[in-house]
Design a protein around this ligand. Structure first.
Ligand code: 5AD
Ligand code: SF4
Length: 457
């Protein structure tokens, strides 16, 4: 009988992708995915370390799994507990020491080694006491995991496929743990990307999001042996599959080259939406963050993007209360937001992450000040998102239905601009690409009625 694998995923889309690939690696070992934790033979907690209290949340969740493991053992069985992702990478030793019931801890670069790690963990478990130290693999191996992961087979992607084309980060923003947990920038060759895209499409994907911590820093080997940039790769993908919807995330302003901007004006399948984090509108703060660009540079990029694709919707990440941020600096962020006008955005209070230069900076901002600024910023962003969404009422949008809604008969999809769109239509199904007349809008979603079927799944 197949063993059941439960994966709990936190954090970014890269983690969602990684979770699917871990399921692929474990499939041949007899593990089938389950959505119910209660019947799991193995659990993988795929963690995120980017913000506040990440490790504490993991330990508290592990506490629950420890109880499940004890119960299973009393009944003569067992539950294998694995911790993956960026907390595993950053705090592996600590996890093994504080939570000795964890069987294995695996960093994001070592997922292809899971079968071997699992075998080791099983050997440890077979010892007399059934107890031993958990297995830890948080090396940055010389081989790329992408060359060693199986072809994507076990996990049907659904209508939206995720495809990691780049991983890691060399930018070292002073607030961020990613360069330490995900390692140096690496770009997969175009041939591998194209092959994986074909597999996703064959398995039913109608939209593909190219992923990377610094996705627009992708500089992979092209089909002609030269080094391609992301604009060139997108052209190739779009030429082969102009009917697919293409996206890429997350981008860095420093890597937004003219060719990529031009692609937004030229490629029919490239969706008019871009998540381009700016973090702050103050040059002093941007310098302290080591972002490598000024507010003005960001505004110029936005101008060029809008010249190439006038309806492009923009999204960003912001941090309030970075060390040294003054009221004036914060005002500069508000001014930048007013000038750009964002369709959506994520904003966070600065959280000092251990091991990052920001955590050692002397002029930390009091929590109340960061919170107050966050509320003011979020109010403005919410106003902009609401206005952007209201502007859609009465329009017809191309929507790919990709998930069930909260109520029976409801389906959810995404507009080209990345808005969630709710419809009630018993004739429609997940995977359909439909034209929806938008009838209502809120800050976070749209709702509407199907005006026509673009294509059935
Ligand atoms: N504190 C607050 N926000 C952070 N982010 C990354 N690190 C931190 C931190 N230490 C935010 C950034 C990034 C997003 C993914 O998370 O805005 O773009
Ligand atoms: Fe973190 Fe900056 Fe790299 Fe983004 S660019 S992953 S924020 S270090």
């Amino acid at each position: 009988m197949a063993k059941k694998l439960f994966i709990k995923t936190y954090g970014c889309q890269m983690n969602v992708y990684d979770s699917a690939r871990m399921a692929d690696v474990l499939g041949p070992l007899g593990y089938a995915k389950t959505e119910t934790p209660d019947d799991a033979d193995m659990v993988i907690i795929n963690t995120c370390h980017i913000r506040e209290k990440a490790a504490e949340k993991v330990f508290s969740e592990l506490g629950q799994w420890r109880l499940r493991k004890l119960e299973a053992r009393q009944a003569g069985g067992d539950v294998t507990i694995a911790v993956a992702g960026c907390v595993a990478q950053a705090e592996g030793e600590e996890i093994i020491n504080r939570a000795p019931f964890v069987d294995l801890v695996v960093g994001p670069q070592a997922y292809h080694r899971l079968p071997e790690l699992l075998a080791k963990a099983e050997r440890v478990r077979a010892t007399k006491t059934g107890k031993g130290r958990g297995i830890l693999d948080t090396e940055f191996p010389v081989e790329s995991k992408f060359d060693h992961l199986p072809e994507q087979v076990a996990t049907p992607p659904g209508p939206v496929g995720f495809l990691a084309i780049q991983e890691g980060c060399d930018k070292f923003c002073t607030f961020c743990v990613v360069p330490y947990t995900r390692g140096a920038e690496y770009s997969r060759p175009a041939s591998a990307v194209l092959a994986e895209a074909e597999r996703l499409i064959a398995a039913g994907a109608r939209e593909i999001a190219l992923l990377g911590q610094n996705v627009n820093a992708w500089h992979g080997e092209g089909l002609d042996g030269s080094t391609w940039s992301l604009g060139r790769l997108l052209r190739e993908l779009n030429d082969r599959h102009p009917d697919l919807r293409w996206r890429y995330t997350t981008s860095h302003p420093r890597e937004m080259d003219d060719d990529l901007i031009k692609a937004h004006g030229e490629l029919s399948g490239l969706m008019p939406f871009l998540h381009l984090p700016v973090q702050s509108g103050s040059d002093a703060v941007l310098r302290a963050m080591n972002r490598g660009h000024k507010a003005e540079d960001y505004l110029r990029i936005v101008e060029k993007l809008r010249a190439a694709r006038p309806d492009i919707a923009l999204s960003s990440d912001f941090i309030t209360g970075f060390p040294g941020e003054t009221d004036r600096d914060f005002e500069a962020t508000m001014a930048l937001v007013r000038e750009v006008g964002f369709a959506s955005a994520y904003s966070f209070k600065y959280s000092a992450r251990p091991g990052t230069p920001g955590s050692l900076m002397p002029n930390q901002v009091p929590d109340e000040v960061s919170s107050e600024r966050l509320y003011a910023l979020q109010a403005l962003l919410m106003e902009q998102a609401t206005a952007f969404n209201r502007g859609m009422v009465g329009r017809q949008l191309d929507v790919l239905l990709d998930r069930p809604g909260r109520h029976p008969g409801q389906l959810l999809g995404r507009s080209p601009y990345m808005q969630s769109v709710v419809i009630n239509d018993s004739a429609a199904a997940i995977g359909d690409r439909v034209t929806v007349t938008i009838t209502a809008a809120s800050a976070s979603s749209l709702s509407g009625e199907i005006a026509g079927q673009l294509e059935a799944a």
